[in-house]
Write a protein that binds this ligand. Structure first.
Ligand code: CO8
Length: 259
């Protein structure tokens, strides 16, 4: 597997760990780091070795403190129109593998938006989530205005974005921004345990369920139900469905084959 300058990558037992590795800069996301993340996701998409991807930040202080402000300062009006960070996060959301953000310390701006593009967020009390872009005279532009609103509701999203307030892991869990609150020192363990629950499931069903939820969320209910039905039709045609149902009836653990 490729080595990256700003990203540590390891793959073990179906799980790919991506660690953003610029701790002295609070894991700020410069364009080189974003490219590393994009490459790692492309590789993960191409192999059955990876079933779940966990994204985390190096060190205790930060998951990711957002876009690199030095690079941001140089951006001109039309630069905002390229796919950039928003395009990458869309790719992450649409990745057929399940994604988990393991967050302690700062998840600000583009860091918070990265965590929100993941399917599940496991956090510690020390996590600090916020979208402080308005302090810089810009708006959250990597999906933040839309994903935060969809995750926590319009009122809370308006409050967080307009005031730039930063909330800790407990509050994030209370309002549904975080999915699991891990005990101190147990972030990786908790994230891995969540990942393993997904890894045990039928891989095709996992992909179809993720697709139906994400694709169905932003269309009308009738279309969303059709997406669900067609996804189920594919699931009904798989070996994994035969294995899953037979294993239940034979009172044994299913061995799925990803087919
Ligand atoms: N970019 C660049 N450098 C950063 C960033 C950043 N986002 N965050 C921290 N750093 C650097 C600091 O400049 C400092 O560098 P140096 O040691 O060379 O002076 C080093 O990291 C350590 O930072 P601090 O001394 O400030 O550390 P603290 O622990 O005191 O504070 C904070 C940590 C609270 C994270 C603070 O650094 C901070 O507020 N950072 C900025 C957070 C922020 O505003 N993030 C949003 C950025 S904008 C964004 O993400 C937009 C995304 C959408 C773009 C879409 C484009 C189309």
């Amino acid at each position: 597997m490729q080595q990256y300058e700003n990203l540590l990558v390891r793959v073990e037992r179906g799980l790919m760990w991506l660690t953003i590795n610029r701790p002295e800069l609070r894991n700020a996301l410069n364009k080189e780091t974003l490219q590393d993340i994009e490459d790692a996701f492309s590789w993960a998409e191409s192999t059955d070795e990876v079933k779940v991807i966990i994204v985390q930040g190096a060190g205790e202080k930060s998951f990711a403190a957002g876009a690199d402000i030095k690079q941001l300062r140089e951006r001109k009006m039309l630069d905002a129109l390229i796919p950039g960070m928003q395009g990458l996060y869309k790719k992450i959301e649409q990745c057929s593998k399940v994604t988990i953000a393991a967050v302690t310390g700062y998840a600000l701006g583009g860091g918070c938006e990265l965590a929100m593009a993941c399917d599940i967020r496991v956090v510690t009390k020390k996590a600090k989530f916020g979208l402080p872009e308005l302090n810089l005279g810009i708006i959250p532009g990597a999906g933040g205005t839309q994903r935060l609103t969809r995750i926590v509701g319009k009122g809370r999203a308006l409050d967080m974005i307009l005031t730039g307030k930063i909330i800790d892991g407990e509050e994030a869990e209370r309002i549904g921004l975080a999915t699991y609150l891990a005990e101190e020192g147990k972030l990786e363990e908790e994230a891995e345990s969540v990942a393993n629950k997904v890894i045990e499931k039928g891989p095709v069903a996992v992909k179809l369920a993720k697709l139906a939820i994400h694709k169905g969320f932003d269309v009308d209910l009738e279309t969303a139900m059709l997406i669900e039905k067609l996804s189920q039709a594919i699931a009904f045609g798989t070996e994994d469905k035969n294995e899953g149902t037979e294993a239940f009836l034979e009172k044994r653990k299913a061995t799925f084959v990803n087919l």
